[in-house]
Design a protein around this ligand. Structure first.
Ligand code: NAD
Length: 408
């Protein structure tokens, strides 16, 4: 099953509740613009995409991924999730995504800069602060956003910092952006556990993925008293059921490139990590990690999707039946795009917001999105939290399409 097939399947699950017409389904499953280019760098050719799913609510928004497995199906799926995420968070944005099929680990810094600039030369016509606004995603970072902004402004001959978010601070970036996704994930997890009457001190956590999202949330949860017992990266995982010293694990990751080099814990495979007994399993790597093949073996009580699409639609059904709650990506990882929204507002207005003000916006928007989702999830007995989040997000997009006269 392709990733986008999972989306189609998930849409069917809320179709009756929303009384979706064929025209509405067709619109939701189509993309407003699919652009593809080949980037020629030092005699090598790389495929690249920028895809807008929907922009009825405002300019499209979504990150750019550099990864060897990037393909059109993945970028289409990620752009769909961005439309739902921005809608659920109540932001004035649509959804988009970009990607380059490349392994950045094999590139020199100079080559990486060439790829970043070539990407903007290929897609600059379709990007802009009121059209489509990129940001970092897997294996892209503020430095890359800085090169991209520079290339864009050179082509256009004017400043337009709001064309991209997640930039370095010196170029109009936002103080909160670096760890906003993790901060948001923690806010959502805290809210959920409070509803379920569980305290951080009594909560064991396992985290798959130790990059921007996974490493930052590991630190935040550890500092808040949660017991982080296992973490992993692409090379494998480590476990210590009495709790890992996260500061030291981070130091090991930074010095050696992998958590697996941390000497004071047992080494495990990523497969084993996903099947550990724990209260909370946080998925912070890539999509399709829990599938119908391993969903029966998951022993976590709650899964927090910090990554996009880590649980397939079929796995969702198995987990739901087994009473395992999945807090869906479009809610759990919305912190990044909410802070990107603050960055964009600053760039467009010239105002500089205080850190406190932006933290308040982050907390308010996530709390509102959580409340709406949780209440519908509790009200509709057969709904998973994903069904509830999808229903709310889709309704807002369709209302905007109707207000534009694009749907009856
Ligand atoms: P990143 O590149 O900083 O980190 C990815 C991490 O995943 C790395 O530690 C890598 O080693 C690990 N990894 C890769 N394959 C793995 C595997 N098979 N098993 C275990 N670990 C593996 O990326 P990130 O920004 O942290 O993004 C992670 C996920 O979160 C992605 O799905 C991304 O779309 C999503 N996300 C990120 C943000 C953000 O602001 N960073 C926002 C929303 C969603």
């Amino acid at each position: 099953m392709s990733i986008f097939d999972n989306i189609k399947r998930n849409l069917e699950k809320v179709s009756d509740y929303l009384s979706l017409t064929n025209a509405e389904k067709e619109l939701l499953l189509s993309h407003k613009r699919i652009t593809k280019a080949t980037l020629n760098i030092n005699g090598k050719v790389y495929e690249a995409w920028r895809i807008i799913h929907n922009d009825a609510l405002g300019p499209a928004k979504g990150g750019i991924r550099f990864h060897p497995n990037v393909c059109e199906d993945e970028v289409k799926s990620l752009s769909f999730w961005m439309s739902l995420k921005t809608s659920l968070a109540g932001l004035p944005y649509g959804g988009a995504k970009g990607g380059v099929k490349i392994n950045p680990k094999e590139l020199s810094e100079e080559e990486l800069e060439k790829v970043s600039r070539a990407y903007i030369r290929a897609f600059h016509e379709f990007i802009g602060e009121d059209k489509d606004i990129p940001a970092p995603d897997v294996y892209t970072n503020p430095k890359i956003m800085g090169w991209m902004l520079d290339e864009f402004e050179k082509i256009k001959g004017r400043h337009e910092p709001g064309m991209i978010t997640g930039k370095p601070l010196e170029l109009g970036g936002c103080v909160l952006r670096g760890d906003a996704t993790s901060k948001g994930g923690k806010i959502i997890l805290d809210l959920f556990l409070e509803e379920e009457g569980k305290s951080p001190e009594k909560t064991n956590v396992v985290i798959q993925g130790f990059g921007n999202a996974g490493m930052n949330i590991a630190k935040m949860l550890h500092d808040a008293g949660y017991n982080v017992i296992a973490v992993s990266d692409s090379k494998g995982g480590i476990v210590d059921k009495t709790g890992l010293d996260i500061e030291k694990v981070i130091k090991t990751k930074k010095e050696t490139g992998s958590v697996t080099q941390y000497p004071k814990a047992e080494k495990i495979s990523n497969k084993e990590l996903l099947e550990l007994e724990t209260d909370v399993l946080i998925l912070a790597a890539l999509e399709n990690q829990i599938t119908k093949e391993n969903a029966e073996n998951v022993k976590a009580e709650v899964i927090l999707e910090l990554a996009n699409g880590p649980v397939t639609s079929e796995a969702d059904d198995i987990l739901h039946e087994r009473g395992i709650v999945v807090i869906p990506d479009i809610l759990a990882n919305a912190g990044g795009v909410i802070v990107s929204y603050c960055e964009w507002c600053q760039n467009k207005t010239g105002h500089i917001f205080s850190k406190d003000y932006m933290e308040k916006i982050l907390e308010e928007k996530l709390t509102q999105a959580f409340r709406k989702t949780y209440d519908l999830y509790k009200e509709q007995k057969r709904f998973s939290m994903r069904n509830a989040a999808y229903a709310i997000a889709i309704r807002r997009i369709l209302d905007a399409e109707k207000a534009r006269g694009n749907l009856d």
